[in-house]
Write a protein that binds this ligand. Structure first.
Ligand SMILES: NC(=O)c1ccc[n+]([C@@H]2O[C@H](COP(=O)([O-])OP(=O)(O)OC[C@H]3O[C@@H](n4cnc5c(N)ncnc54)[C@H](O)[C@@H]3O)[C@@H](O)[C@H]2O)c1
Length: 327
């Protein structure tokens, strides 16, 4: 199957491309490289340097390079930036996604997998969060992804475009060859590992949450497990599965900020200095996914969900790529 991965030069997209190739699919990448890295794309994969907001260019790309399915990962995804610049988020994540969907309809492509996010839930009403729980995003990033999910239902009934939306919780870890190198890094695992490497302190926002050690608890899912879920979602669509939404997290009790820091100390063998600061506005104490639906319907079973596997793989990649992708 010919699969176009938009955002395939990014952190998760490049690992998804790698897993699709391992599964025997024919992969191409569409990315404007605004946040991704050419070096992250597996060798030999055709790359189309296109901005998804350019409707004509996206349509031209799909006409000239026909595909059978699209995995759509191209997006802006910085929560804080989205609050300051909602325009950027609605133009890229909503309008840009509509360019991709409309080009698919125009070229007869009917299988679509969306990178969605736990941010669509906002302040959750219960833990673990299930897909049918209320969605009330507290920032434009989450709102932009939720708007796309809503459009997808209507594209399916009007145009027969079937989609699976995967709501990721916290992606982390690395494959043997590809890891996390965001130009603006906001994710805990790489930040803690950078602090360990540099001997600089890491800020912990709030130590008085109602959690076992007082720090926030999150659901970390290894990027290899996330990538595997995309391969399985695609195969479900090929077998005729209807459009659906799935949470992707490891479930269980999640891991606290303190536990991630402790794991980073064990993995690196270095001491991490912590600077405790006040809570950040809008940070829920616990965010845990119920991934029961993905496990049952997609036969998805995360294989790398220990903190040692997640933090250890991220550290191994960082040691091999001290300057990231170097661009
Ligand atoms: N990293 C996480 O923990 C996480 C959690 C939930 C959801 N997500 C979603 O997963 C997807 C991938 O996240 P990531 O962490 O790999 O991000 P990333 O920034 O590493 O990758 C995004 C890619 O999209 C490309 N891109 C951005 N704007 C574009 C545009 N206008 N046209 C074409 N390409 C464009 C970037 O160049 C980059 O390569 C995003 O959709 C994000 O919202 C990520």
């Amino acid at each position: 199957m010919r699969v176009l991965v938009t955002g395939g030069a990014g952190y998760i997209g490049s690992v998804v491309a790698e897993s699709l190739i391992e599964a025997g699919e024919e992969v191409s990448v569409l990315d404007d490289l605004s946040a991704g890295h050419l070096a992250a794309i597996p060798p030999g994969v055709p790359v189309f340097r296109v901005d998804i907001r350019d409707r004509d260019a996206v349509l031209r790309c799909l006409r000239e390079h026909p595909v059978d399915a699209v995995i759509h990962m191209a997006a802006r995804s910085l929560v804080g930036e989205s609050v300051r610049r909602p325009d950027l988020y609605f133009w890229t994540n909503v309008s840009g996604t509509l360019s991709v969907l409309d080009a698919m309809v125009a070229t007869g492509v009917s299988r679509f997998v969306l990178s969605s996010t736990a941010s669509v839930y906002g302040e959750p009403v219960r833990q673990p969060i299930e897909e049918g729980d209320p969605t009330a995003p507290t920032n434009p990033y989450g709102a932009s992804k939720l708007a796309v999910e809503a459009a997808l239902g209507w594209y399916e009934s009007a145009f027969g475009l079937r989609s699976i939306s995967l709501r990721y919780f916290n992606a982390a870890g690395a494959s043997r060859l590809r890891g996390e190198d965001h130009r603006v890094e906001t994710h805990l695992v790489p930040l803690v590992l950078r602090a360990a490497a540099a001997g600089t302190p890491i800020e912990v926002y709030g130590t008085d949450y109602p959690t076992p050690d007082g720090t926030c608890v999150r659901d970390y899912v290894h990027v290899l497990d996330l990538a595997e879920a995309h391969v399985q979602a695609l195969h479900a669509l090929v077998q005729g599965a209807p459009g659906r939404i799935y949470n992707l997290g490891c479930g269980g009790a999640g891991y606290s900020v303190r536990e991630v820091i402790d794991a980073a100390e064990r993995v690196t063998g270095r001491k991490v200095t912590v600077r405790e600061t006040a809570r950040r506005a809008g940070d829920p104490s616990v965010l845990i996914a119920s991934s029961a639906r993905a496990r049952a319907a997609l036969n998805w079973s995360p294989q790398h969900n220990s903190l040692e596997a997640i933090v250890g793989s991220a550290w191994a990649w960082m040691c091999q790529h001290p300057g990231g992708y170097g661009d």
